[in-house]
Design a protein around this ligand. Structure first.
Ligand code: MN
Length: 128
């Protein structure tokens, strides 16, 4: 079985390192960018199996970056999971309503992150 690839979009260095370490240890191939602007070009280059998208980013936010990914036929089918520190239930609803495939709350669970990511890859409902 070839390893699954994940693109992390996260501006906080500590959060990025934690997610990267956990996913690499679990056998994922991880690439990362720190701004929403870089998400689309990085996704086009690497064609990851799944993208974890921080919602609060400098410059364009996670919602705007998702729109760019969905607007490009090459990347529109890649599952994108929102990651947010917002504790508001409405934030989750908004993220799922605006087209994210999933929603993870920070702080991320070191124990559950790999399974959450796998679940979204396998749960992808085919090409859009
Ligand atoms: Mn952030």
């Amino acid at each position: 079985m070839s390893e699954l690839s994940v693109l992390l979009v996260e501006d906080n260095p500590r959060n990025l390192k934690l997610a990267r370490d956990v996913l690499e240890y679990a056998g994922f191939a991880v690439t990362a960018v720190t701004t929403g602007e870089e998400a689309l070009p990085a996704a086009r280059r690497g064609m990851p199996d799944v993208i974890l998208m921080d919602l609060q980013l400098p410059g364009i936010d996670g919602h705007a970056a998702l729109e760019q990914l969905r607007g490009d036929p090459r990347t529109s089918g890649i599952p994108v999971v929102a990651v947010s520190a917002f504790a508001m239930p409405a934030d989750r609803e908004r993220a799922l309503g605006s087209g994210f495939d999933g929603y993870l709350e920070k702080p991320i669970s070191v124990r559950h992150l790999p399974d959450e990511v796998r679940r979204h890859v396998r749960g992808a409902d085919g090409p859009r």
